[in-house]
Design a protein around this ligand. Sequence first.
Ligand SMILES: C[S@@+](CC[C@H](N)C(=O)[O-])C[C@H]1O[C@@H](n2cnc3c(N)ncnc32)[C@H](O)[C@@H]1O
Ligand code: SF4
Ligand code: SF4
Length: 452
Amino acid sequence: MAAKLNAPVDAQIELTQACNWRCRHCYNYWRSAGTTTKPGRHLSCENLFRIVQELVTNQVPSITITGGEPFSQRREIFMLLETAERAGIHASINTNLSLVKKEDIEKLANKHSNVSILFSLLSADAAEHEHLAGAPSGSYVRVIEIAALAIQHGIPVSLNMVLMRENLHAMEVTARLAKNLGVRTFCATKALPNAHAPDSAFLLSAEEVHWSLAELMRIEELLDIPVDILGCYPKCFLAGTPAYQRFSHRTCVAGYTTVTIGADGKVRPCSHLETSYGNIFHKPLADIWQEMDGWREGEFIPEECHGCPVVTACRGGCRVNTLTSGLKNMDCYADTRRLVGLSQERLVSHLSEEISDIPTKVMVCPQVGFRNEPFGALVYRTDPLAIVLVNHSAVVFLKTVAEKGEKFDFLSFLKRSGARTKSERKNVERLYQKLIRKGFLIKPANQQERRK
Ligand SMILES: C[S@@+](CC[C@H](N)C(=O)[O-])C[C@H]1O[C@@H](n2cnc3c(N)ncnc32)[C@H](O)[C@@H]1O
Ligand code: SF4
Ligand code: SF4
């Protein structure tokens, strides 16, 4: 069972259901097959204000503004950014960029310097992109110009290429474009089935996904560009491949660390699914979150996964990959045969990259936040979002050294952890390494200088 958090870490806010593009792969459940979005609902400024108040009450540190196309509601998006910022909530925006104006970029850069952008591009080939996105001719050029402008203004911009059969061939050339633009991360995300066309022919086969992950790792090395995937795969699908270590950190976070708040106020564990557990305008978020307990308690982990050595980390892969067969079924990419002969120790140790260069002294990164939880605390950073869960003794120690800006080493961390047995000590060592790997513990500045 996954550790239970008091509240989500990130809330996706669907500012509007409207969109000017017609991506046929788009997962927005309110689309009907092959058709356009109706005028669509959107969240008013007043309702956005109420949402932010609920997020503050529940200490949610981060939001992702999405839709539909959020820039079709210009007034509301800037009001939301301002309100969230005042409340100390970090915001990032998912957008197709096509409606963003030069003035918007200036406003974002000058007034909302913490915001980051993830934009969708389906190919570096203009005609291919516009065809797959159902976007009017000229959209591609506009998007690239705006992305370049945003990057020039110092806004962290990442590119998301949704992978389908038709655009797989364009991965490298699109990554090259991303590199030339200067994006922060090139994300290549397998298209998930959508409710209005769950059996679509554009979805990748298991072989194609394996190829895309290997290709992404090749691109990372070839172009020296940070890459990522935004979905997750069952661990047994990746087991035995180099991608296991590289991409296994991605697990399903629906109802576990994230929720989606729809343009109608309905709160859902997953953006891709229509299932809601209550409306934020009629019920406190804390109560809705409680209703989603099943997502954290393993309600949707398939029967076949119980007893799997990595079920706690995997949680059965992605629930959207079961859209045609039912939420409690196996992820269509799961392949338990790949686990045969692999020891649990090996599988678990390969889930996290070993750190070769552990600094002798470390300190807590100043951007780190803490939120009390029943088991201890959630330790988080918001840009890019990263979390680590720690127990009571670890959080007392981390908060104290963070407040004082104190430097410490592994031995003092271990001593304060209260670990007695060998396996407890091993767990503390894993936690310490994880905190370093995720950037929560950093080398003190003077140590960094001396090493240069
Ligand atoms: C629904 S869109 C809304 C924001 C904005 N209109 C955009 O396209 O970026 C949010 C994200 O989901 C991605 N996306 C859309 N359909 C998808 C699918 N079937 N599978 C995986 N990702 C998808 C988009 O590329 C985008 O990064
Ligand atoms: S631009 Fe975004 S919201 Fe619009 S159709 Fe494409 S994926 Fe969906
Ligand atoms: S058997 Fe289930 S829990 Fe285990 S790796 Fe496969 S999908 Fe994940």
